[in-house]
Design a protein around this ligand. Structure first.
Ligand SMILES: Cc1ncc(COP(=O)(O)O)c(C=O)c1O
Length: 363
């Protein structure tokens, strides 16, 4: 089978070496005589898998013992719902930077809670194609939490720096998790769906400062109480065991094949650079939707054609040529190439050759 060049926004491409290893383990994990998806989540082998994943996460993000690391089924959307139940106070407020669809989902969860969802900046009037200057934002030290989305999967913008806030800073990192080094100590919580940069769908990963768990009101359902996830080591009920296993393989790949997050960041910058350069050199044929290079995502490269009527032709023709997942999100249209960690540089190079040919034929 010839593997296609996969630019889907998530679930997304995974490293070939990881898929091959998972393929073997599906039949037999080590010499256990059973496959990894057939093992008890209370077994020694599965404990080893989870411990290995947590150790990788700690090393990659330099996570101190002040933080708990857990897997939460239901994805990033479930974490948003849990946050609105766990971390806001009656009559209090959470502050949000509204950078698009996913930020708005987090806002809507708090908006239906006992607290106020205060939007301190919104990119709505500029179709979410720009980001604010962090120094222009005013944060309330008394807020229950401040919420940001690091990478806006649909709009194609990305924050690489974060503000210092007195209130705990919660960041949804679904679409740029583990794509570059961060200073973990500046966050109250980071979280994200696993299905873009870390593995297959089925779970979110949450890293949360343990002292914040004391704020959780009593009486919540255990499944909606973040302290239960931390206390029970993600095992209050059956976790998404196979997803966690594959995540452990992706984390190993990040550490051992890529050589850590600084290297990953270099590779990601190179890949995105190849695509944005192609647009710059296309004489306006291709137009990045995010004008300011400092705001552009290294993960989700969104663009349009000067002649928008040609976009569907490009998508159909590119798909036939083996470049898949290029359609922009249904809410915005246009095109989007998602070039997460596991997307090979070679896929991006081949795609740029294709784009140059398409422009030469249709320009
Ligand atoms: C930035 C961001 N946050 C949240 C979500 C929702 O994630 P989930 O489907 O895991 O709930 C997505 C999904 O694409 C996303 O891109």
């Amino acid at each position: 089978m010839a593997r296609k060049h996969n630019f889907y926004a998530g679930p997304a491409v995974l490293p070939v070496s990881v898929i091959k290893k998972a393929q073997e383990s599906l039949f037999e994990y080590g010499d256990s005589g059973i496959g990894v998806a057939e093992m008890s989540h209370r077994s020694k082998q599965f404990d080893g898998i989870v411990d290995g994943a947590l150790a990788s996460i700690k090393r990659l993000y330099n996570v101190s013992d002040d933080y708990g690391i857990v897997f939460v089924q239901g994805g990033a959307s479930m974490v948003m719902a849990i946050n609105a139940l766990n971390f806001v106070t009656e009559g209090g407020k959470a502050q949000f930077v509204d950078t698009g669809t996913w930020a708005r989902r987090a806002i809507s969860e708090v908006a239906r809670s006992k607290a106020e969802a205060e939007v301190i900046w919104s990119g709505k009037d500029v179709a979410y194609g720009e980001l604010p200057e962090l120094s222009d934002l005013t944060f309330d030290p008394k807020a229950d939490f401040v919420h940001m989305t690091s990478n806006n999967t649909i709009a194609g913008t990305q924050f690489r720096d974060f503000p210092k806030t007195e209130a705990p800073l919660f960041v949804d990192m679904s679409s740029d998790f583990f794509s570059h080094p961060i200073n973990m100590n500046q966050f109250g919580m980071i979280y994200g769906g696993i299905q873009k940069n870390l593995g297959p769908a089925g779970s979110a990963l949450v890293i949360v400062r343990k002292d914040l768990l004391d704020r959780i009101p009593a009486g919540l359902s255990e499944m909606l109480d973040m302290s239960v996830y931390v206390k029970k080591g993600s095992m209050y009920n059956t976790p998404a065991a196979f997803t966690i296993y594959m995540t452990s393989l992706v984390l190993d790949w990040l550490e051992n094949d890529i050589g850590g997050l600084e290297n990953m960041d270099k590779i990601n910058k190179e890949k995105a650079g190849i695509l944005y350069d192609c647009f710059d050199q296309s004489g306006g044929f291709y137009r990045p939707t995010v004008k300011n290079p400092a705001h552009r995502s290294l993960m989700n490269v969104t663009f349009r054609l000067a002649d928008e009527a040609l976009e569907s032709t490009l998508i159909t023709d590119a798909t036939a040529a083996g470049f898949i997942g290029l359609k922009g999100h249904r809410s915005v249209g246009g095109l989007r190439a998602s070039i997460y960690n596991s997307c090979p540089t070679e896929s991006v190079r081949e795609f740029v050759k294709y784009l140059n040919d398409f422009a030469a034929k249709n320009g």
